[in-house]
Design a protein around this ligand. Structure first.
Ligand SMILES: [Zn+2]
Length: 210
């Protein structure tokens, strides 16, 4: 159980470092139609913790949101994710995201946001692996140490568990906060390895400097 990206979001508590968008949900909500504006929010304890905007265009969706990191200036992102359809057995079409990461292009229902860009689960795993292999990743070791203490599965791409039995709430909250500090660093490292394919963005950057 658990595992990368499992759990609930939107309308329910979103307690993971990762946020995600699920095109099946958007399609069910009638959001995937030409010209449709999307304003998607993530909630924590019933309060909005993050949001993104989207606009559906022909065969693609434009996503815009701010990328914020503590101690850094926030960056406004605006890029497209291509869409594909497959036909259903019972008629109608099913939509998919095409993962926008360079070298990927997988057809997926869910894209994750754990840093700067939305990417499929495969891309995050790959980036995480190369991150671990290529350096003395102290933050990653630290994160795993804390996960161990909390009796959570190893690896920042796994979901977070709850408070272990017998641990005081005060200790738990302190540990949990510490975990977020280090897992943020790990995710930052991961997201730096991801590059998006974006024709729209590159065509824009020829016209104006970002
Ligand atoms: Zn991908």
């Amino acid at each position: 159980m658990g595992g990368f990206g499992s759990g609930r979001q939107n309308g329910a508590d979103c307690t993971d470092d990762f946020r995600w968008i699920d095109i099946r949900r958007w399609q069910r909500d009638g959001l995937i139609s030409q010209g449709q504006q999307i304003n998607w929010q993530w909630l924590q304890h019933g309060e909005k913790v993050a949001s993104i905007g989207g606009k559906v265009e022909t065969d693609r969706i434009r996503l815009f949101y701010s990328y914020n990191r503590i101690g850094e200036e926030s960056e406004d992102l605006d890029y497209v994710v291509n869409l594909q359809t497959t036909s259903c057995n019972y008629g109608g079409a099913r939509y998919w995201f095409i993962c926008p990461i360079v070298g990927c292009g997988r057809r997926v229902a869910v894209l994750y946001l754990g840093g700067k860009y939305f990417a499929c689960r495969h891309c995050y795993r790959l980036a995480y692996r190369s991150q671990r292999e290529s350096n003395h990743d102290r933050a990653d070791r630290k994160a795993n140490k804390i996960r161990d203490k909390l009796k959570w599965a190893q690896g920042v791409l796994n979901t977070m568990g709850g408070k272990p039995k017998g641990m005081h709430w005060k200790t738990y909250y302190r540990t949990w906060r510490k975990y977020h500090e280090v897992s943020d660093q790990v995710l930052l490292g991961i997201s730096k390895r991801l590059r998006i394919v974006d024709d729209w963005l590159s065509s824009m950057s020829n016209k104006k400097k970002f």
